[in-house]
Ligand binder design. Structure first.
Ligand code: NAP
Length: 245
């Protein structure tokens, strides 16, 4: 069975992605600091007819020094890694001029440095196993469009897009694909502070006049992880109901 690691798989997009991939027949390893109730329930449900499964391994991805060990432990326990979904992230907002340096550092560490390092060690494993692996990075529409109060967050998401494109060039020769998904605003814990009025405005401004859901993001990731996307690499798939069209 193909193993796929989903970071931030305990809630929000990550949980949706993990459940969708399990239903599609993958063995999914969700990584986050703690197991949520929803993830616990999902792990007790039976997988899809294709026999997928869902597992949880706790790890703080801000602990950069522990990343090589995390990857070797997962390989030893589950076997070759087919896919990595870099989804865990912080959504801290703030006006740059008043944002604390420690907050800026935390954001960059978790949203940019951590997925780059994790990818490095997972890719090494994929190369060693001659696996036609799949990397999917969860970016954001904020990586290419400007939003007040999101300059640092935007910088981290733009970094993932640049990382995706150049790494796709490096790994293409090995048959490993690297893509990004750029969601618009979706209701998760990260965006819980948004008011009803803000939600309404985002929906009204989108081409399709609605907000996207976690399942839309999960479907995009499932496609990019799957065999049907074998000739797609270095792309950014925007999932925002046409909000930035
Ligand atoms: P969320 O609901 O806040 O979930 C974040 C996930 O990341 C949780 O599973 C959390 O688990 C995990 N996480 C946070 N810090 C971690 C750490 N230090 N180590 C390990 N895991 C950690 O976020 P979301 O809305 O689903 O967002 C997921 C991704 O989509 C993020 O990269 C975000 O930037 C991106 N995105 C979100 C939106 C949106 O509108 N929601 C739009 C565009 C892009 P623990 O807290 O247990 O560690």
């Amino acid at each position: 069975m193909r193993n796929v690691v989903v970071t931030g798989g305990s809630r929000g997009f990550g949980l949706g992605i993990a459940v969708a991939l399990r239903s599609a027949g993958y063995r999914v390893i969700a990584v986050a600091r703690s197991e949520s109730e929803l993830l616990g329930e999902a792990m007790h449900e039976t997988g899809g007819s294709d026999g997928g499964s869902l597992h949880f391994r706790p790890f703080d991805l801000a602990h950069l020094e522990g990343i090589p060990k995390l990857v070797s432990t997962l390989r030893a326990e589950f076997g070759p890694l087919h896919g990595l979904v870099n989804n865990a992230g912080l959504g801290t907002s703030g006006v740059l001029a008043t944002m604390r340096n420690s907050e800026i550092e935390r954001l960059v560490r978790l949203n940019s440095v951590s997925p780059i390092l994790l990818t490095k060690y997972v890719v090494r494993a994929m190369i060693a196993e001659a696996s036609e692996g799949r990397i999917v990075n969860i970016a954001s529409v904020a990586g290419t469009a400007g939003y007040h109060g999101l300059s640092v967050y935007s910088a981290t998401k733009a970094s993932l897009i640049g990382f995706t494109r150049s790494l796709a060039r490096e790994l293409g020769i090995l048959g490993i694909t690297v893509n990004a998904v750029a969601p618009g605003f979706v209701e998760t814990e990260m965006t819980a502070s948004m008011t009803e009025r803000q939600r309404h405005r985002i929906a009204r401004r989108s081409a399709l006049q609605r907000l996207v859901g976690t399942d839309d993001v999960a479907a995009a990731v499932e496609f990019l992880i799957g065999d049907k996307a074998r000739n797609i690499t270095g792309t950014v798939l925007t999932v925002d109901a046409g909000g930035t069209a």
